[in-house]
Design a protein around this ligand. Structure first.
Ligand SMILES: Nc1ncnc2c1ncn2[C@@H]1O[C@H](COP(=O)(O)OP(=O)(O)O)[C@@H](O)[C@H]1O
Ligand SMILES: [Mg+2]
Length: 473
């Protein structure tokens, strides 16, 4: 569980708050119930004391305590009911006191007399067991005599009820907090689902499909605003990207014609009779550079059109293995010049759907690099295979490799790891950019791996297999 996530922190705060509120509510409930129970007990006892005054003391004079005792026993039988009753005269001498209750919880004769100085209406006497005796003291006057009537009852009843309440709260409240937290988690997940949707869609938007937009739910809240704002940003991004590709497409397109004319002119000058040999040599060198410029321009034009999705991709089904094999054989001479062993593994036919001329360009560019960067006497291999829904074309060499820090850039236009050296090879750093553009235009992908400097390089191209090819392979 991610403890720093917004989910976790919100739930934590939320549960903490709920726990606090339920704790306060629990304490409040407990206190309220306690007050109520004791108040009721007090009322009942006071009423009984009043009854004793009205029914017994008002009819029997204090001179006959036996009679009073008999009356009380007959009417209330305090011993059988675990009650405590004591009647004091005005001078606090005991007129009557009930006997030991049947469960023997307390001894009435030992209970202290109420303190005279500040007579309290109720008091609690601790008992031997955990229970206490709740006593109300009621002053009454009957037949012209003052009395204090004490009525008491053990607090077992309310204590049991309060204990039950505590148990209920202790189990119930955590359960409630748990349930509310779980509910909160689900609600939060629901509330954050649109954010997750936006994220998932944003994840899918890449260079290739800048035209995708985020889902906008018309909720009028921050999430709608966020999607709308992000979509506007994507509009601007798409515009900028389109302009950039448009620019290089236009620029390279505009350069083609003058370059062609220049090449034509230079060629015709060289062919002209009477041009002195040194001049011819220099014009030849200019012609070479012009041809190089033409190639770069053509490549740039091709990339821009592929990236802009303008280039028409011919769709025909053909055998990639055969194409790769044929192309590699054509390049054998190049390898032999450097005494490089070129091994080809492409026996099984692997059919793909696409533009054969462009796919051939991929093979040429990759083999060209491998041969270029493998050491003299080194080895280059090419392999075509099929896996799941993809055709695999791999080209590897045992050359100098590519340093890890430049590896992510090799597919960029005009990128060359070692500019001084590459220039000798007449490379402009567009070869891999073309490979990638063609792969993307065919719904495939390309990646390059190198064990690092001196460990060789493997370039791996994945292209979708032609329909029906999956089952066969
Ligand atoms: N097989 C390879 N071995 C080592 N470096 C390579 C290999 N393939 C490509 N590179 C590096 O990637 C850069 C870009 O390659 P590429 O786009 O084909 O441009 P170019 O071949 O014109 O230099 C090269 O300049 C080189 O530094
Ligand atoms: Mg190259």
């Amino acid at each position: 569980m991610n403890t720093r996530s917004i989910h976790f922190r919100l739930i934590l705060w939320y549960s903490g708050l709920i726990a606090l509120v339920s704790l306060a509510l629990g304490a409040y409930t407990y206190h309220g119930v306690e007050v109520r129970l004791y108040a009721e007990m007090q009322q009942t006892l006071t009423r009984r004391a009043q009854q004793i005054a009205d029914n017994i003391l008002a009819k029997t004079p204090p001179e006959s305590p036996q009679e009073i005792a008999a009356h009380i026993r007959a009417l209330y039988s305090p011993e059988a009911n675990n009650r405590f009753i004591r009647i004091l005269r005005g001078d606090h001498s005991v007129l009557y006191v009930s006997g030991r209750p049947k469960d023997g919880m307390f001894d009435p004769s030992r209970l202290p007399l109420p303190a005279d100085a500040h007579l309290q209406a109720t008091r609690l006497e601790p008992l031997a067991s955990r229970s206490r005796l709740f006593i109300v003291v009621v002053p009454v006057t009957a037949l012209g005599h003052d009395y204090l009537i004490e009525m008491g009852t053990p607090t077992d009843g309310p204590d049991v009820a309060l204990h039950g309440l505590i148990v209920t709260l202790l189990f119930g409240l955590p359960m409630a907090v748990l349930a509310v937290s779980a509910g909160g988690f689900l609600l939060m997940r629901r509330a954050l689902k649109p954010v997750e949707d936006i994220r998932a869609t944003a994840e899918q938007i890449t260079r290739g499909n800048l035209s995708h937009r985020l889902p906008v739910s018309p909720s009028g809240d921050a999430l709608e605003h966020l999607s709308v704002t992000l979509n506007r940003m994507l509009d601007r991004l798409e515009d900028a990207y389109e302009q950039a590709t448009r620019f290089s497409a236009d620029a390279s397109h505009e350069l083609r014609t003058p370059l062609t004319i220049m090449r034509g002119e230079l060629e015709s000058i060289i062919r002209e009779a009477g041009v002195p040999a040194p001049l011819r040599e220099r014009i030849g060198s200019v012609l070479e550079e012009t041809e190089r410029l033409s190639r770069i321009t053509e490549s740039l034009f091709a990339i821009s059109r592929l990236d802009a999705g303008e280039a028409k991709i011919q769709h025909q089904k053909f055998d990639l293995a055969a194409l790769a094999q044929g192309t590699a054989e054509q390049m054998l001479l190049l390898a032999e010049e450097k005494q490089i062993r070129l091994s080809i593994q492409a026996q099984q036919p692997v059919f793909i759907d696409g533009d054969a001329a462009r796919i051939k360009q991929i093979v040429v560019n990759l083999l060209d690099n491998a041969i270029k960067y493998a050491p003299g006497g080194g080895a280059v291999w090419l392999k075509v295979s099929a896996a799941q829904h993809m055709a695999l074309l791999e080209v590897g060499d045992n050359g100098a490799g590519i340093p890890a820090e430049v590896l992510p850039h090799v597919f960029e236009r005009f990128f060359r790891a070692d500019k001084a050296r590459s220039r000798d090879f007449a490379g402009a750093g567009l070869g891999l950019a073309i490979v990638r553009s063609i792969c993307l235009a065919h719904g495939g992908s390309v990646d390059i791996r190198s064990g690092g400097e001196g460990k060789g390089t493997v370039c791996r191209v994945e292209l979708p297999l032609a329909n029906g090819q999956e089952q066969k392979s």
